[in-house]
Design a protein around this ligand. Structure first.
Ligand SMILES: Cc1cc2nc3c(=O)[nH]c(=O)nc-3n(C[C@H](O)[C@H](O)[C@H](O)COP(=O)(O)O)c2cc1C
Length: 176
């Protein structure tokens, strides 16, 4: 059975929820799911495929993601490795296109690794989980971008069909 490593960098749980939803498409693989913020200095050559998913906060991925990619850059380049990003700007379809997403553009400019497949998914707005500051900042961003400023309601923007299609593409891809 082919081995697939799925790593996630998630702060409020949405990226984790997305990788869990992908699991159904990974039948036929021996899947290892791991938190990128845990002890994951892994030998990536043990895996047939690698998938990394990470969320955005204040315009950035977590530094642990960049550190992991830096440490494993040779193995990632040699592997059948893919990447996806979770953010709120992607609730607008044009910003969910990897060729047109500011965070993917910045990521590719910063990293030598060229993921085989790249995805962008809209995340969730979880006002109920944010602290006072985070609420104010997210409200401000929402106001500027025409989103919901009603802090009494959490909203999920993730397109689950798109998530499953992406996972299916990863599962079916053949690496030459
Ligand atoms: C403090 C904070 C800052 C955020 N900053 C951004 C941002 O700059 N751009 C964006 O598109 N989304 C931003 N988001 C939205 C998150 O990317 C979104 O909520 C996502 O679902 C988080 O995924 P996670 O739960 O896996 O961490 C921010 C969320 C929080 C809580």
């Amino acid at each position: 059975m082919e081995k697939l490593l799925v790593l996630y960098s998630s702060r409020n749980g949405q990226t984790k929820k997305i990788v869990e939803a992908m699991q159904g498409e990974f039948k036929g693989y021996d899947v290892e799911l791991a938190n990128l913020h845990g002890p994951v200095r892994k030998n990536l050559s043990k895996y047939d495929k690698v998938l990394i998913g990470a969320s955005i906060r204040y315009g950035k991925f977590h530094q642990d993601l960049h550190t992991f990619i830096h440490i494993h850059s040779e193995q990632l380049s040699a592997a059948d490795a893919s990447f996806f990003c979770v953010c709120l700007v992607a609730r607008k379809p044009e910003k969910a296109d990897p060729d047109n997403n500011v965070y993917i553009k910045k990521f590719l400019a910063k990293s030598r690794w060229r993921p085989r497949t790249i995805g962008v998914f809209a995340g969730a707005l979880k006002y109920s989980e944010y602290n006072w500051w985070q609420k104010r900042i997210i409200q401000l961003i929402m106001k500027m971008t025409g989103g919901s400023t009603d802090t009494s309601q959490d909203l999920e923007f993730t397109d689950w069909d798109k998530v499953r299609e992406f996972a299916e593409r990863i599962a079916k891809s053949k690496y030459e």
